[in-house]
Ligand binder design. Structure first.
Ligand code: PLP
Length: 389
């Protein structure tokens, strides 16, 4: 079955739901068993079927079935948020005395979890330059248990050579975990590039409408049991309503991403030609330092990228951003609407050489007409220039 056909049909079993096209939102805590035999069978096979709301409902399981297939993994587990997916995965694969290699370009709350909870539990984290590639081998220690990649980096968009990093990690028996939120299962196939556990903030493109929090973790077969046991033990489970919104978003993921890609490239290309702009960090633009990796490994690019402006005083930047009509200022991304967020102070780096001279912005280009978005930015840049006096 081709990808888009799969997306339209995955996780749906109309005959089991009285012919309704979509699985309903099952609101359930307990699931009653018809006999002692069934109850005992349920006890013996804790991860099969439906037995208690916290362990999954038919709605969350439909989502997991669809996403596992789309990612090309063995199975998926749904979580109440992207960050919950990340922290549960880390807890599943490291223990006291272990060492973990974390990309320096990681999503900031992931970094905080490593420096906080994991450090307290006796797990040591080393941050590595996201562009290290095969050079990661030199950082691996005898107790390195896990290597975490996120490509491109959150905020700064460095591309990682995931296959080279995965090969070095596997040579040392370490688990390779990837935050694949930017690529989504459509634009990056983690399991074809050596990743063992792929997770995504489904809050972003999968849900796609800025109206629900959701995370998903997908693994290869050997890693599934350990992850499932950990997640079950942590008591983490999304509500069925959220899982249902994830399924609804999934049906249009492919058409939305195609448009995010087209609009994003149009806006990024326009920005690149502007005198107020120092550089645009969009992996699909040939000017991006990691463009060759994007071309080699990715099947597309969504609407999220970075822009460094030429140096400008804060009031000029405020005039630019405060007056925007279509780009709302806010965190998150992946919904149908355009967003902008300044990077000031939020970029923590300890490896590599990330540096900007002027204000840095992250743009999410939504599904609006790009001509309107460009006009909004053009007026904003005019306010910026005016503010520079
Ligand atoms: C937003 C985001 C997360 C966290 O997802 P939530 O659902 O907000 O918890 C994780 N990783 C990346 C790359 C993100 O952008």
């Amino acid at each position: 079955m081709k990808r888009d056909t799969f997306i339209a049909h995955a996780g749906r079993h109309p005959a089991e739901q009285r012919g309704a096209v979509n699985p309903p939102v099952y609101r359930a805590s307990t699931i009653v068993q018809p006999s002692l035999d069934a109850l005992e069978h349920a006890r013996r096979t804790p991860f099969e079927g439906v037995r208690y709301g916290r362990l999954g409902t038919p709605t969350t399981q439909a989502l997991e079935e669809a996403v596992a297939g789309l990612e090309g993994g063995w199975r998926s587990i749904s979580m109440p948020s992207g960050l919950a997916a990340i922290t549960a995965t880390l807890l599943a694969f490291v223990e006291a005395g272990d060492h973990l290699l974390m990309t320096d370009g990681v999503y900031l709350p992931t970094r905080r979890f490593c420096d906080g909870a994991l450090a307290r539990l006796g797990v040591e984290t080393t941050y590595y330059d996201p562009t290290v590639g095969a050079g990661i081998a030199a950082l691996i220690r005898p107790n390195t248990r896990l290597v975490f990649v996120e490509s491109p980096s959150s905020m700064t968009f460095e591309m990682q050579d995931v296959p080279a990093i995965a090969a070095a990690a596997h040579a040392a028996d370490a688990v390779v975990v990837m935050d694949n939120t930017w690529g989504t299962p459509l634009f990056f196939k983690p399991f074809e590039h050596g990743v063992d556990v792929s997770l995504q903030a489904a809050t972003k493109y999968l849900v796609g409408h800025s109206d629900a929090m959701l995370g998903l973790i997908t693994t290869t077969e050997p890693h599934w049991q350990r992850l499932k046991v950990t997640v079950t033990g942590l008591g983490q489970a999304p509500g069925s309503e959220e899982a249902w919104l994830g399924l609804r978003g999934l049906r249009t993921l492919s058409v939305r991403l195609e448009r995010h890609q087209r609009n994003g490239l149009e806006v990024a290309t326009w920005l690149e030609g502007r005198p107020e702009v120092a550089r645009v960090l969009h992996p699909a633009l040939p000017s991006h330092p990691g463009h060759h990796i994007w071309r080699r490994d990715f099947l597309g690019a969504p609407g999220l990228f970075g822009v460094e402006l030429k140096p400008a005083p804060k009031p000029a930047l405020a005039a630019m951003l405060d007056g925007l009509d279509l780009f709302a200022m806010g965190y998150s991304w992946g919904g149908f609407e355009s967003l902008v967020v300044p990077g000031d102070g939020s970029i923590t780096r300890t490896a590599g050489d990330w540096r900007t001279d002027g204000p840095y912005l992250r743009l999410h280009v939504g599904l609006e007409d790009p001509a309107d978005l460009i006009a909004d930015l053009e007026a904003g840049l005019a306010r910026l220039v005016k503010g520079c006096g």
